[in-house]
Design a protein around this ligand. Structure first.
Ligand code: SF4
Length: 355
């Protein structure tokens, strides 16, 4: 009977708990208060994968902890490497869905792009994740697992929340994961090494600005309301002007960066008029613009702008004093477009189930 109870009990993950949550756990279990900090050290500094490895906890306390908890890291399911060095990791979640993380090395940075949700409910026209629909919010532990369960975990210099999902639609867990990464008792990263993207969900974006110090990237993709509504349905709820007006209310200081992401679609949003309207829109807000080449995805009429057009667009912005960069396309040969790999895997497994 006892064996069955223990066997059937689902153990809770310690990885992804804040120091405050660990303090509550150790208090409940009757451990000395200082063990919370010791457990945080094993989880976030030494990155162990088993409670038995937490050697400065007494054997008895490890046994007690083991009964209801486990560390809770999960290995990646698959990895694909691009000829340009980008590595795309696929993780299976507890609900048998898939999420992706992309490791993107460059000369002076080793960046990891993480997912915050399985699927997404925002339905942007150009996005493969949007086509999956929404499946689930990731927990802070599942977000951070992408950072520590990859081969390059010890060389990462930067982190971007630009994978699957809209981070502001899962703001509680995203903020919790950021607290763990940036706290002294956690990974102790500077918030300046982290960039979180949003399509502009204003109330959650306010919380992010007020409760974290990380950089913020706004996906704009068109300065015109009607066109943006077609590309990104969120425009119906929070127009881009409202997003920009909200940003103008805050003082971001010298260190904190606001950027606009602008995916360039051929003959859709890449004209000189678009560039001029973009300049008008961001006037008075200290920010920069990243122009991104579109990775074509199946079943969409959109194609990526030519490099020449992107250069001309950039020039218009720069002439008006806006810092603009053209982002290199990375990992095209392994479907680095967010959501494509996991959608393929889902479809493959669904097909296999049908037989
Ligand atoms: Fe969701 Fe981002 Fe894709 Fe839009 S672009 S559907 S917000 S994951």
């Amino acid at each position: 009977m006892y064996y069955r109870q223990v066997k059937d009990m689902v153990k809770e993950a310690l990885f992804g708990k804040t120091l405050k949550e660990l303090q509550e756990i150790v208090k409940e279990l009757g451990f000395p208060a200082f063990t919370a900090k010791q457990i945080a050290d094993w989880l976030y500094k030494k990155k162990v994968n088993s409670i038995d490895d937490m050697l400065n906890l007494s054997k008895k306390n490890r046994e007690i902890l083991n009964k209801a908890y486990h560390v809770g890291l999960s290995p990646f399911d698959n990895v694909q490497e691009s000829i340009d060095g980008t590595r795309k990791y696929l993780f299976r979640t507890s609900t048998q869905k898939f999420i992706e993380a992309a490791y993107i090395p460059s000369e002076n940075r080793k960046t990891l792009c993480v997912s915050s949700q399985v699927g997404c409910k925002m339905g942007c026209l150009f996005c493969m994740t949007g086509k999956q629909g929404f499946q689930k919010n990731l927990t802070a532990g599942e977000i951070l697992n992408q950072m520590v369960s990859i081969d390059e975990r010890d060389v990462l210099t930067n982190l971007v929340y630009m994978g699957m999902g809209e981070p502001m639609d899962n703001i509680d867990e995203v903020l919790k994961s950021l607290e763990i990464i940036t706290s002294d008792w956690g990974f102790a990263w500077s918030p300046r090494r982290i960039n979180v993207s949003t399509i502009g969900v204003v109330p959650a974006m306010r919380r992010f600005i007020e409760e974290s110090e990380c950089h913020l990237a706004i996906s704009m993709h068109s300065p015109y309301n009607d066109q943006r509504k077609e590309l990104m349905p969120i425009e119906n709820v929070y127009p881009i002007e409202a997003v920009i007006e909200t940003l103008k209310e805050y003082d971001f200081g010298r260190q904190r960066r606001i950027s606009f992401e602008y995916i360039m679609f051929e003959k859709v949003n890449d004209s000189t008029e678009h560039a001029k309207e973009l300049v008008r829109l961001v006037d008075g807000l200290k920010s920069r613009v990243n122009l991104i080449k579109f990775h074509p995805i199946p079943d969409t009429p959109l194609t990526g702008s030519k490099h020449k057009t992107m250069e001309a667009f950039k020039e218009v912005l720069e002439k008006k004093g806006i810092i603009a960069t053209i982002r290199k396309s990375r990992g095209e040969d392994i479907y680095a477009a967010c959501g494509l790999l996991s959608t393929k895997k889902l479809l493959k497994e669904d097909k296999e189930k049908d037989f």
